[in-house]
Write a protein that binds this ligand. Sequence first.
Ligand code: 7PJ
Length: 289
Amino acid sequence: MAFWQTARFDVDLSRPRVMGIVNVTPDSFSDGGRHADAAAACAHCERLVAEGADLLDIGGESTRPGAVTPSADEELARVLPVVRHAVTLGVPVSVDTSAPEVMRAVLDAGADVVNDVRALTRPGALAAVAAHPRAGVCLMHMRAEPATMQQQADYRDVVAEVAAYLAERVAAVQAAGVERQRIVVDPGIGFGKKVEHNLALLARQRELLALGLPLLVGWSRKSTLGAVTGRGVGERLAASVAAALMAVERGAAIVRVHDVAATVDALKVWTAVARSGNPHGQGGSTIAR
Ligand code: 7PJ
């Protein structure tokens, strides 16, 4: 049976899992300051768990194309209060960060997973995760940095190049002492990729299963869905659910989404149909150690 080892939980991947996105970036429309931003993010964590999120992913760095990277101190001040609350909610807590200082601090605070869009390439990041005896890690493919990544979106075979990069990062992370059962991989939809590349990564997603590790995939509200549907970022719910379902159909173990309730319903239908064709392949629940 497939599990993903994380600090406090072994996540059973015999059925697809939903990771709910919690952004803790300053709200330019509120003058409540940092405390109001953290309180809103904590309330959002509770809402996503109530909607059925299997994991939470908390992020304090905007990785939108062209975004400016905050200092590690600033990032930590944003995410730490939210992590401290999220770890009381009974689901594994992931933190979306590339900064080793942030990784160490959130793991010390009880977070379960480091989700790094830079796949532990910053100096000290490998060591920060390896120093923890159990923490999970998500290694994502990205080309260059968010500020410039869309200028380098050039591939001969995007699926093969993403797979080769992820294989190289998995080897580096294992060589640093992180056991394979702690690692999941992610093709990084939208990170240094054009519409055609993102679509190819979904159409041919099964090829990435040859890496032999669980796949985590994030299509939620991304611009490729806007390009396909002609809809703005606030109108991409149906497109996001469709993409999440297709990713699961093509072998994704975990989908990273904003709209948890709708995705959970869609995956209940998927799971019921999958089981009706395979009545002995019953999925369980996330197991606390
Ligand atoms: C992803 C992520 C993703 C992983 C973001 C957004 C941009 N982490 N962090 N995979 N995307 N693992 O949510 O639109 O696709 S931030």
